[in-house]
Design a protein around this ligand. Structure first.
Ligand code: AFP
Length: 323
């Protein structure tokens, strides 16, 4: 039996680069450690007192769940101890934190959504952590300015899905790899290298309750998909919905709505990492027809965007209807 852990896989990848220092491996190991700690909390959610509202709201005015706060703290603690992490930014916090300057060895910035889909926790539905790693430009003094890089600059991105199993999906720009947490040995083990998103797949994933306020092109697409016998699948946890789309094909959509005319999902914490993964798996990820998510230069770290991603042919079908 050949068991490759996340750690050894990253070390093998790093060995391909002759100037590699191991710094990057060390950061991914912090995320992997945090993921195991969060998974343990999620698994014990009805046993420990970690469910329900925390009593506060985050920077977006959304109610924070106790586990949002716990997951955020775990990631901050694990990443904080890594000597090359310069800046961390969480979807839950208003401001990024500068941990160390470039002159003090800060080489990378890590941006994350600690627990996406957390409003589903009370009913035991899959949730996830999404992360994106960027280089720290030591010549830029401000944390926000440092982070406002387009998604195309990401050096790695991924998510951890706390579902019926705990799955770690990662790209470092050389395809997509998938690992599953084996609880009996406490390691993420490689289950698939080179994950490819099927170009076709007759499933769309969208909050159809918002349909009356979608731009007409999206309504035309949905009419067409109904006529073609498509299935609808929507969890309301982006990590779960994107994971299904990555493995089975189809499209995931978060179009503009009356309530969120620029889209609801966050560019840096959700859309960019997912777009990087989907493109690395051979799919497409757009904010609008002709506008790649990864090309958007953010103006603010909590910026929102519309999202249209999935198998290449299925995304093209949506675009045809947007006219
Ligand atoms: P929560 O973390 O507050 O549950 O939000 C999750 C999320 O941002 C994303 O994961 C989902 O795709 C999306 O919201 C679902 O939201 P709608 O209820 O607007 O469809």
């Amino acid at each position: 039996m050949n068991i490759t852990s996340l750690q050894s896989h990253i070390l093998q990848e790093e060995a391909r680069h002759k100037n590699a220092t191991g710094d990057f491996t060390w950061i991914l190991s912090a995320i992997s450690l945090a993921a195991k700690a969060i998974a343990a909390q999620v698994r014990r959610a009805r046993i420990e007192d970690v469910l329900g509202d925390h009593g506060g709201s985050n920077v977006h005015g959304e109610t924070q769940q106790k586990l949002d706060v716990i997951a955020n703290h775990i990631l901050m603690t694990c990443l904080g101890s890594r000597p090359t992490v310069a800046v961390v930014a969480s979807e839950e916090d208003e401001e990024p934190s500068i941990l160390r300057r470039g002159s003090e060895g800060g080489k990378y910035c890590v941006v994350f959504d600690p627990l996406d889909g957390s409003s589903n926790l009370d009913v035991c539905v899959s949730v996830g952590t999404i992360f994106s790693i960027l280089k720290n430009d030591a010549s830029i003094p401000g944390a926000v300015e440092t982070l406002c890089q387009s998604g195309a600059c990401q050096v790695a991105a991924g998510y951890i899905l706390y579902g019926s199993s705990t799955v770690f999906v990662l790209t470092t720009g050389r395809g997509v790899d998938m690992f599953v947490l084996d609880p009996s040995i406490g390691s993420f083990v490689l289950v698939k290298s080179g994950v490819c998103i099927p170009p076709t797949g007759k499933t769309y994933s969208v909050n159809e309750a918002n349909r009356p306020t979608f731009p007409t092109g999206f309504q035309r697409y949905l009419d067409w998909a109904h006529g073609e016998g498509y299935s609808s699948r929507y969890i309301g946890s982006m990590v779960g919905d994107v994971h299904r789309t990555l493995l089975k094909g189809g499209v995931f959509l978060y179009p503009p709505t009356r309530k969120a005319p620029k889209g609801k999902l966050r560019l840096m914490y959700e859309a960019n990492p997912m777009a990087f993964l989907v493109e690395q798996a051979g799919g497409k990820a757009l904010a609008a027809p002709g506008e790649r998510i990864l090309d958007i230069k953010p103006d603010a770290i909590h910026q929102r965007t519309c999202v249209l991603l999935g198998g290449a042919d299925e995304v093209d079908q949506v675009v045809v209807h947007l006219g």
